[in-house]
Design a protein around this ligand. Structure first.
Ligand SMILES: [Zn+2]
Length: 447
């Protein structure tokens, strides 16, 4: 059968898997597919009690959601989703193939049920994302990410790599010793990619991981600055593992949405796969903001069967960029996560998110560990303190404190209190706050 001629053949470089070619389609073509997928998703989503309840709040109040209703629907927050429990499911519980939970760092852990079809969607989602970062059939993905405790991330990357036809080595989060062992293996094929939490990788040295890596794919922490160039953390990871900074790539997703924004070596931000997601960036009044303006990331993950969400507010803040990317892809890109909506800091007239302060702290090599604490609010201004552990001798501390004050005052126009402390004191602060990645921020406002 002859192919329709309305769409020119997609032009994509070699090495892009078929499911990833959508990123190179003309914008009108992927938008038409995305709208069709949205209509199908909304029709299916109406099967869950949670969405039926939301649909009654649309203008028509028919209890049936259409694409035209999308902007009239209320957004759904993490808290509302937690309250809905099994009411968010659109299938009977015996159709669930995998139960996962969120980490619960921003509320109580949430149970998410995935059907067999959702696992297959997850594999496609992650295969396209990993391929965007450069992973190809025959390559090896070193997974320094938890695979247990009902977390979805490790499982998703594993499924994605299998879908591509790459090999996985689950080296775990304490991976320095495993990486040493792998160097003796002559059987690992293709190029090697390391998937890890960036701040853990930044503490490695090339002797810890002497494998020659093609790229590091970082999860859970931003690796681009607001100018969409590699930030200080990306530079630290690159230096530790002797890689160019543009080979330290970020990926962003959440357990609730299973929709990944992925970055390649030439990308200015992480690309949305329009087959699997519909994204909105909204202001405090839930109104859309212009491209390039930061706001709350609201995602409608398309094609989810078990727990289909509509307008899920992640609470994370970032901007969306719609101009074509230097990599040649036409799909929208998400900038770095600046922080959570609730983490906005207001210091004597300056508003900023913790990520801006982290970037300054990450740029000073002698800082071995740190914690930003917002201690109180008075006169509409937050009081910030940075607890810092410096590497090296005590004699350098006054000089390093001056450097840090000058950097925060100069770049951010805020000067947090600097409090020098030991590793043990930092550990004591973090006690009772279990997390998958190092805690960098404690919010003590309102106590
Ligand atoms: Zn790109």
């Amino acid at each position: 059968m002859k192919k329709p001629e309305s769409f020119p053949p997609a032009c994509h470089p070699s090495g892009v898997i078929p499911a990833g070619r959508i990123h190179f389609w003309p914008i009108d073509r992927w938008r038409a597919l995305q709208r069709r997928r949205l209509r199908q998703h909304l029709a299916w989503a109406a099967k869950s009690p949670l969405n039926r309840q939301l649909a009654r709040r649309t203008k028509t109040g028919r209890g049936v959601i259409t694409a035209d209703d999308l902007l009239d629907l209320p957004i759904i927050t993490k808290q509302e989703l937690a309250l809905a429990e099994s009411g968010a499911l659109a299938v009977p519980t015996d159709r669930i193939a995998e139960w996962v939970t969120t980490s619960g760092t921003t509320g109580r852990p949430l149970q998410i049920g995935l059907t067999a079809r959702d696992l297959s969607r997850l594999a496609e989602n992650e295969a396209v994302a990993l391929n965007l970062a450069g992973l190809q059939p025959g390559d090896t993905l070193l997974l320094a990410v938890a695979m247990d405790r009902m977390f979805i991330a490790g499982l998703a990357y594993w499924l994605g790599a299998q879908k591509i036809g790459a090999a996985c080595v689950r080296i775990g989060s304490q991976f320095a010793s495993t990486a040493q062992m792998l160097c003796a293996w002559k059987t690992l094929s293709g190029r090697k990619f390391l998937m890890t939490v960036p701040s853990l990788a930044s503490q490695l040295s090339i002797s810890d991981c002497p494998l020659r890596l093609e790229a590091v794919i970082g999860i859970g922490e931003p690796l681009l600055g607001p100018d969409l160039r590699p930030n200080a953390l990306a530079a630290c990871v690159a230096k530790s593992l002797a890689l160019p900074a543009d080979r330290v790539l970020s990926t962003y997703a959440s357990t609730e949405t299973c929709t990944t924004f992925a970055q390649g070596p030439r990308c200015k931000g992480g690309h949305l796969n329009p087959r699997l997601g519909w994204v909105e960036i909204l202001d405090d009044q839930n109104q859309p903001v212009n491209p390039g303006t930061p706001g709350n990331i609201v995602i409608t993950p398309l094609g989810v069967e078990g727990m289909p969400l509509v307008r899920f507010a992640t609470g994370d803040i970032a901007a969306l960029y719609t101009a074509p990317c230097p990599c040649g892809r036409t799909t929208p890109r998400l900038g770095p996560i600046l922080g959570r909506q609730s983490q906005l800091l207001k210091v004597r007239g300056t508003s900023l998110y913790p990520a801006a302060i982290f970037d300054v702290l990450n740029s000073i090599r002698q800082i071995e560990d740190y914690l930003l604490v917002v201690e109180s609010t008075h006169d509409l201004s937050d009081k910030l303190a940075v607890y810092v552990h410096f590497a090296g001798g005590k004699s350098r501390i006054p000089h390093l404190c001056r450097t840090l004050k000058a950097a925060t005052g100069g770049r951010l126009k805020v000067t947090p209190d600097i409090r020098i402390c030991s590793r043990e004191e930092l550990a004591a602060f973090r006690a009772g706050h279990p997390a998958r990645k190092p805690i960098r921020f404690l919010d003590r406002r309102g106590r």
